[in-house]
Design a protein around this ligand. Structure first.
Ligand SMILES: Cc1cc2nc3c(=O)[nH]c(=O)nc-3n(C[C@H](O)[C@H](O)[C@H](O)COP(=O)(O)OP(=O)(O)OC[C@H]3O[C@@H](n4cnc5c(N)ncnc54)[C@H](O)[C@@H]3O)c2cc1C
Length: 423
């Protein structure tokens, strides 16, 4: 009755991280399958910017040209205080890498580009394929996959039900868990996912405006809150305003609404009047119109870090392993680098011992990097008045800087900050 399938590597989840891992596996000619329970890529802009290091990765995957064609390049970001005084500038143009800028591109568009280029490499995600009953063993991972059929119930308000068309039993040597923050694979591997800092609630507005937009990302630090501005191109921008704790509730977790408080959509906090109030209060420098809102949403951002990035046959990348604050776009960008690294490590050796050796190194590298990005050990120090102010607001700033790796070190230097122990 069940169809049996066997594959060397299963990649779970075709978000940006799973798609990146699949690219590397395709380039290395590996035996893999990419499973995705949804019917298509994400529908919105979500994590909307790519770091310099991610752009270098996308170059090696052969997708840099379409990404840059659709992206807005930002060469600097700024940090302002509650009195609207500029406290710091990050000059991406001074960075040493090949792509010294942030590339603003909606996550939906990035995923579409990755899906199209994967197709040119002869692979495509298995859309509507939901994994469940994941059981790791010493020999590999066994799991069940439901091939879902979509059918609308016909309600005026779109409501989708999913029926199962077919069920498969899968056996795989390794699983790359890129299945997002509720990761079933992480739970099956028994890896804890503790909250490491308090969650943040944001009211997010994207709108078209009649003014010339600043081509920089701006963080507005207001005591213990951080508000964020991004220009998106074509007269459109995003403002994300941090709201009081526990304002948004987690409701549903599908592609369109993950981490979104659906009930809040009708709330006065997302009204045009409240947006005007927030702009006047926290972004008085913004003088354009704000009536033409294209997307408004309340998002609950939690901060988690997996206690390990993998165990035996199941290895984590992206939101499955960490969740960060929104300004730095860290979880997606660093996650894409992780997806690539993991796929690369599984491609170099095909024997179990060789793979385990490399995967243990992956775990060590990842945990070290995230402790650094989350400022867990508080080992960043600095000299001078500007650095002192930044350090007084470290919970708003460190962990919100859009960079990782060597780029992050160079940016800290620009801000007259440095780490006291080698990361
Ligand atoms: C409204 C919203 C706004 C956001 N804004 C920001 C922002 O401003 N800044 C920022 O940094 N981040 C933001 N994010 C988060 C960002 O989208 C994520 O960090 C990013 O998507 C992580 O990529 P990923 O590939 O790790 O996981 P995901 O993109 O979550 O991909 C995981 C995939 O796995 C699939 N999946 C899960 N379980 C299964 C299963 N059992 N079987 C098959 N498939 C499965 C899911 O359908 C999904 O497609 C936002 C997210 C939302 C929802």
């Amino acid at each position: 009755m069940f169809n049996k399938k066997s594959v060397d590597i299963a990649v779970l989840g075709a978000g940006p991280v799973g798609l990146t891992a699949a690219h590397i596996l395709a380039d290395r000619g590996m035996d893999f399958t990419l499973l995705e329970r949804a019917a298509s890529p994400h529908a919105h802009s979500y994590a909307l910017a790519l770091h310099p290091d991610t752009l270098e990765l996308l170059d090696t995957l052969g997708v840099i040209a379409p990404v840059l064609k659709h992206a807005l390049r930002l060469r600097r970001s700024t940090i302002f205080d509650q009195a609207n005084k500029q406290r710091a500038i990050i000059n991406y143009s001074e960075l040493s890498g090949k792509y010294p800028f942030l590339a603003v591109i909606p996550q939906s568009q990035l995923e579409t580009i990755l899906v199209e280029s994967l197709a040119r490499k002869g692979h495509k995600p298995m859309w509507n394929h939901r994994a469940r009953c994941i059981t790791p063993s010493a020999e590999g991972v066994h799991f069940t996959v439901d091939h879902l059929l979509e059918g609308s119930t016909g309600y005026a308000i779109s409501h989708t039900e999913q029926e199962i068309e077919k069920v498969y039993e899968y056996q795989t040597n390794y699983m790359i868990a890129a299945d997002g923050y509720e990761s079933m694979a992480r739970k099956a591997a028994g890896i804890a996912f503790p909250e490491i800092k308090s969650s943040l609630d944001y009211a997010v507005f994207e709108f078209e405006t009649n003014t010339r937009l600043l081509t920089e990302m701006r963080m507005m630090v207001d005591h213990d809150k951080t508000h964020i501005y991004w220009p998106l191109g074509n007269g459109r921008c995003r403002f994300s305003f941090q709201m009081p704790p526990n304002f948004a509730q987690k409701h549903s977790f599908n592609k369109d609404h993950g981490m979104v408080d659906n009930q809040a959509q009708e709330s006065s906090e997302l009204s045009n009047e409240h947006l005007d109030h927030l702009l006047r209060t926290y972004a008085p420098w913004f003088i354009g119109s704000s009536q033409d809102v294209k997307w408004r949403v309340m998002v609950h951002f939690e901060k988690h870090l997996a206690e390990s990035f993998g165990h035996e046959r199941i290895w984590l990348a992206g939101d499955a392993a960490h969740m960060a604050a929104p300004a730095g776009i860290l979880s997606m960008n660093v996650g894409m680098l992780e997806g690539a690294d993991l796929a690369e490590k599984l491609s170099i050796d095909t024997d179990h011992d060789g793979r385990q050796f490399r995967l243990n190194a992956y775990n060590l590298d990842r945990v070290t990097e995230w402790r650094r990005l989350f400022d867990v050990d508080q080992n960043i120090v600095g000299e001078g008045k500007a650095a002192e102010w930044l350090l007084r607001h470290r919970s708003s700033i460190i962990g919100n800087i859009p960079a990782s790796g060597q780029t992050y070190t160079e940016i800290l230097e620009q801000l007259k900050l440095h780490e006291t122990v080698a990361a």
